[in-house]
Design a protein around this ligand. Structure first.
Ligand SMILES: [Ca+2]
Ligand SMILES: [Ca+2]
Ligand SMILES: [Ca+2]
Length: 356
């Protein structure tokens, strides 16, 4: 434990910390580095949580690469905030920059770099101007998703205390913010602290908000209970589900009242309507579910229909067994869900009046 000198805020702690790719920030306050290869993983299983590719990220305030002997790369815009790291961060006078619209160390697929290169060290303490450095990291996705889990990988750099030091943070999705503690995960660092920090959003309302980006900030870090004004992040990975795209449906196409009589033995007709952005020919019919919440196995069959709503686009008409829909007196809408042949999820809703 003598390697961990908390009192004097050690630098990288690895003597051979060679800064492989140091971004040089010039008088124009903008610098770039070569683009890393980003592995794109797109979930295909409806309803199951799987990796979501991070397509770009921002960091609102961060010391530039090379701070404390830690190096990172970033191919977006790096602007000088005019502030520098203060006496409570390990390297006084290092420029604090704003990173926007790029890819780099935090999404290059390398989660456990064995040295200080490829790990981004953040400052969480006061700048030389006396006010706190408050890094907020925004990660973006290719399309709307429901985020279940965020993993902040601390990296594998030996003999240092920063990987896994995050204890809590505030996660923001849409207009909602939740401050939560993280769960330790992964392999231990040399101090015995698990290197990764996991934020499980499934216990919050955040995982039900479709979003193309999230922001994480207000980081709280510690080392065995002592405050620690820095955080090492080698990678941020996200797991979640592709959010369903809304489509138009028409329950009982011949009627605007959409009365459903639970005692009726007749099948309930409903139409899935094409639009300028959705073609019913792309539907994987085997995935369709319809009922009170949209996961009911109630459909007896579907067939492509001539144009139901007279917009010159083909529609799909399905018949549902009412008793299998889960609909009950008092319900006010019916929901259909499904996937296209290419794996995109969709959801359609229409008003209903349910009678005994
Ligand atoms: Ca990485
Ligand atoms: Ca109708
Ligand atoms: Ca139509």
């Amino acid at each position: 434990m003598s390697n961990y000198r908390l009192g004097d805020r050690p630098l990288g702690l690895v003597a051979s910390a060679v800064v492989a790719t140091v971004l040089t920030v010039t008088g124009s306050n903008v610098a770039t580095a070569s683009a890393p290869t980003v592995a794109a993983t797109t979930p295909t299983v409806a309803g199951a949580s799987s990796p979501i590719a991070v397509n770009s990220y921002d960091i609102s305030e961060s010391p530039v690469s090379g701070w404390g002997g830690w190096a990172h790369v970033y191919d977006g815009t790096i602007e000088d905030t005019g502030r520098t790291t203060g006496p409570n961060c390990s390297a006084v006078g290092t420029q604090i920059a704003r990173y926007t619209n790029g890819n780099g160390t935090l999404n290059d697929g390398v989660t456990d770099a064995a040295n200080l290169d490829s790990t981004h060290l953040l400052c969480l303490d006061a700048a030389t101007d006396g006010s706190l450095v408050r890094p907020e990291i925004t990660v973006r996705f290719a399309g709307p998703v429901l985020v279940d889990r965020i993993v902040i990988h601390g990296g594998g750099a030996g003999l240092n205390i920063y990987p896994g030091a995050i204890e809590a943070a505030t996660v923001e999705i849409g207009n909602a913010q939740v401050t939560m503690t993280s769960a330790p995960e992964g392999v231990p660092n040399d101090a015995g602290v698990l290197r990764d920090d996991v934020f499980d959003l499934t216990t919050t309302g955040l995982s039900s908000i479709p979003t193309s980006q999230l922001t994480i900030g207000n980081f709280v870090t510690s080392f065995f209970g002592s405050p620690l004004g820095q955080a090492a992040i080698a990678e941020i990975t996200v797991e979640g589900r592709v959010a369903a795209v809304p489509i138009d449906i028409d329950i009982r196409p011949a009627s605007t009242r959409n009365v459903i009589e639970l005692s009726s033995r007749l099948p309930l007709p409903l139409a899935i309507l094409s639009s300028g952005t959705f073609n019913v020919r792309m539907i994987n019919v085997a995935t369709l579910k319809f009922g009170a919440v949209g996961d009911e196995d109630s459909l007896l069959g579907c067939s492509l229909a001539p144009d139901i709503n007279r917009d010159r686009r083909p529609d799909l008409v399905c018949l549902a067994a009412i008793r299998r829909t889960g609909l009950a007196v008092g319900d006010v809408e019916g929901v259909i869900t499904g996937s296209t042949k290419s794996g995109s999820n969709f959801v359609g809703r229409d008003d209903v009046t349910v009678r005994p």
